[in-house]
Design a protein around this ligand. Structure first.
Ligand code: NAI
Length: 332
């Protein structure tokens, strides 16, 4: 067995973490032969709940789980970690404006960025799940200047998985037979789920998804809307936000970052924009990426038509607005 990977999960007493911790400890993310040390960060009022999570992790008797450290102290949580799952954030309360939520959460990520800068390994890989995920990831990276910007990302894999599953269901094929779905932009309702370059395996033959679906209007309307508003639909039905699927997607995201993407396949993740595809520099934008040796590169050369351009610009505009608001909050 190799050296343990030191992993931090924040929001560890919350509902996404409840599923995510199980996946990580079982070996779904860092492989079946990698021992794991877990640090679990939450806030003081959740200390007792966190204690219960620790008991359950112990009672699972996972062979790979070497140590679990629950804490409310960022220094303890982040010291020498190899990977961070930043799930913890304040939930939106009734009557709260979007910008109030952004203000509260951006402050959390400013503080955690500073702590990561001070205590984590410089090679740490960070995925931000807590909303607004893209802008939180941006702020976190801004306040951790000694860690490369490429080591920060945000989760749009849930949106990718949702889009993939919608297409598979429409075509009556397995989820694994749909690949190269792209989520562009923000993890919000302005995101652009794009299947123009996606591929479906139908009757043993690889077919472009638009050709397999044969319904452009569905892809431009119902499909888009379903994926963009899926989070709200789950909340309406469950009275709670997506948790099992969010945890699965978070595990998928980090596993692919750790082990790389296969062949010419790609995955979507929110990463720092340096201007690819005409996206403004300096926002955390979801792009299609290929990953090798734990380094992602944006897939180049995909054709962007007028419809896609409009959608990609709209979601970029929202991210610029969020960035401006976040910078104001951090300056105050
Ligand atoms: P939850 O409310 O069940 O758990 C959040 C946990 O974070 C709570 O235990 C809370 O005490 C903790 N927390 C709050 N401030 C903290 C801090 N400063 N440090 C450490 N922990 C802190 O929420 P849930 O359902 O687990 O969701 C977590 C976040 O993930 C939310 O912001 C949600 O909107 C977001 N989300 C993002 C998705 C994505 O695809 N990017 C998908 C689904 C949810």
């Amino acid at each position: 067995m190799s050296e343990p990977v030191k992993v931090c999960v924040t929001g560890a007493a919350g509902q996404i973490a409840y599923s995510l911790l199980y996946s990580i400890a079982k070996g779904d993310v860092f492989g079946p032969n990698t021992p794991i040390t877990l640090t679990l960060l939450d806030i003081l009022p959740m200390e007792q709940v966190l204690g219960g999570v620790v008991m359950e992790l112990m009672d699972c008797a996972f062979p790979l789980l070497k140590k679990v450290i629950p804490t409310c102290d960022e220094k303890v949580a982040f010291t020498d970690i190899d990977a961070a799952f930043l799930v913890g954030a304040m939930p939106r309360r009734e009557g709260m404006e979007r910008k109030d939520l952004l203000g509260a959460n951006v402050k959390i990520f400013e503080s955690q960025g500073k702590a990561l800068d001070q205590y984590a390994k410089k090679t740490v890989k960070v995925v931000v799940v807590g909303n607004p995920a893209n802008t939180n990831a941006l702020i976190c990276s801004k306040y951790a200047p000694s860690i490369p910007k490429e080591n920060f990302s945000c989760l749009t894999r849930l949106d990718q998985n949702r889009a993939q599953a919608q297409i598979a269901s429409r075509l009556g094929i397995a989820n694994s037979d749909v690949s190269k779905v792209i989520i562009w932009g923000n993890h919000s309702s302005t995101q652009f789920p794009d299947v123009r370059h996606a591929v479906a395996l139908v009757n043993g033959k690889k077919v472009p998804v638009p050709e397999a679906v044969k319904d452009d209007s569905y892809l431009k309307n119902e499909f888009l809307k379903t994926v963009q508003t899926r989070g709200a639909a789950v909340i309406k039905a469950r009275k709670l936000s997506s948790a099992m699927s969010a945890a699965k997607a978070t595990a998928d995201h980090m596993r692919d970052w750790w082990f790389g993407t296969e062949g010419d396949n790609w995955v979507s993740m929110g990463v720092f924009s340096t201007g690819a595809y005409g996206v403004p520099e300096g926002v955390m934008y979801s792009f299609p990426v290929r990953i090798k040796n734990k380094q992602w590169t944006i897939v180049e050369g995909l054709e962007i038509n007028d419809f896609a351009r409009e959608k990609m610009d709209l979601t970029a505009k929202e991210l610029i607005e969020e960035k401006t608001m976040a910078d104001e909050v951090c300056k105050a």
